[in-house]
Design a protein around this ligand. Structure first.
Ligand code: THU
Length: 137
């Protein structure tokens, strides 16, 4: 699938957002290796810290369907500039989708910019470090 189309799905997914507090609607579209797309949107809570970002609702939905291989995630917000995933979502995406994931950033003019997750979260902490720790005990 062309990333432009994936971006359009992310823009459309913004409509699913539950964001009564920030009113900042974010949509995500996660593309698997076999070209299935899982949508996500941010879901807020009156207890603010319980809010879950669009990138995480999309990736959790995909994992719950048994998906393990991913190509790209598109993220759309109502910003003139390109929206970028928060730090927590970068960590979750690297765990579930891998550092090779393409992140397709979408601005409010529906222009896209593609960046590797590895570039957004270099030197990340992951399962390898824990496995090495366990093996050396
Ligand atoms: N948000 C996302 O869903 N994804 C991002 O990449 C940035 C922030 C949400 C969380 C919260 O509901 C709102 O945007 C304002 O932070």
């Amino acid at each position: 699938m062309e990333y432009k189309i994936l971006a359009e799905i992310a823009v459309e997914a913004k409509k699913l957002a539950y964001a009564p507090y920030s009113k900042f609607h974010v949509g995500a579209a996660l593309l698997t290796a076999d070209e299935t797309v899982y949508r996500g949107a941010n879901i807020e809570n009156a207890s603010y810290s319980l809010t879950v970002c669009a990138e995480r609702t999309a990736s959790f939905t995909a994992v719950l369907q048994g998906e393990t291989k991913f190509k790209a995630i598109a993220v759309a917000g109502d910003l003139d500039d390109f929206i970028t995933p928060c730090g927590a979502c970068r960590q979750v995406l690297i765990e579930l989708c891998g550092s090779e994931l393409d992140v397709v950033l979408v601005n409010s003019s529906n222009e896209i910019k593609v960046i590797k997750l590895e570039e957004l979260l270099p030197l990340s902490f992951g399962g390898d470090a824990l496995r090495e720790f366990q093996n050396n005990k």
